[in-house]
Design a protein around this ligand. Structure first.
Ligand code: KIV
Length: 257
């Protein structure tokens, strides 16, 4: 990453030129690490719920919790663009979406993300008309897990493929600066990437997207119980961390004279 601070425009201009790297951060130290690694897009995702707060899914995360963690990330002043998730049921109407987005911006977010396509277009437009940059999220939508019952690949049938393509086009036209494609069938993710003018940022959606986003603890192998199939961490850092904790503990039993 250059020394300049990232903006929605610099992210958007990477389409077709340079892969976009995006990772999650929920606190000050991780935001500092992502900055040191030159990551251009820092997402305060509502994966916060499972990764940090011990909830079973993202539907438990509140706006107040998101504000708290956005503030911590923003204090690190990363050069990457800080985008925050609008949590479950905080963007049911355009008015509510705008109020929620403004609260996240006041906390330090430089953009917001919400799940859905044409179904939330009035919300996307309300957010955009207030000058708040918007990042879309299509494919498997974690906030719909209670209705769907599980997390599964999207786009394998023709109805889903067509709907996702239309949703991605609509989000681009409504002013989104990029769109996350989560667990989208890889050929469909490739087709969407070629069809729209804004970057696609994939997670478990194949290599053809304009960028990739991961939950940082999955990449580092520090997630407590589960690492998704689409990630092969170089090393399970949690094993090394447990080793260091054990050796410190052991050192107390046999102190060096
Ligand atoms: O909440 C999150 O971390 C996300 C990414 C996985 C895209 O939405």
């Amino acid at each position: 990453m250059s020394e300049t601070t990232e903006t929605p425009q610099t992210i958007r201009e990477r389409k077709g030129r340079e892969p976009i790297a995006a990772l999650t951060a929920y606190d000050f130290p991780m935001a500092k690490l992502l900055d040191a690694a030159g990551v251009p897009l820092v997402l305060v995702g509502d994966s916060l719920g499972m990764v940090v707060l011990g909830y079973p899914d993202t539907t438990h995360v509140t706006l107040e919790e998101m504000e708290h963690h956005v503030r911590a990330v923003a204090r690190a002043k990363p050069r990457g663009l800080v985008v925050a998730d609008l949590p479950y049921r905080t963007y049911e109407t355009p008015e509510q979406a705008l109020t929620s987005a403004q609260r996240l911006v006041t906390a330090g977010a430089e953009g917001v993300k919400a799940e859905g396509g044409r179904a939330i277009l009035p919300q996307v437009e309300a957010i955009g008309s207030a000058g708040i940059p918007f990042l879309g999220h299509l494919g498997m939508l974690p906030q719909s897990v209670l209705e769907e019952g599980c997390y599964k690949i999207k786009g394998r049938d023709e109805v889903q493929r067509e709907a996702m393509l239309a949703d991605a086009q609509a989000l681009g036209q409504a002013g989104a600066f990029a769109v996350v494609l989560e667990l989208v069938d890889a050929p469909v993710a490739k087709e969407i990437t070629a069809a729209i003018g804004i970057p696609t940022i994939g997670i478990g959606s194949g290599a053809a997207c304009d960028g990739q986003i991961l939950v940082t603890t999955d990449l580092l192998g520090t997630s407590p119980d589960f690492i998704p199939k689409h990630i092969r961490p170089e090393e399970l850092l949690r094993d090394r961390m447990i080793g260091m904790l054990r050796s410190w503990h052991d050192s107390l039993r046999s102190p060096i004279e």
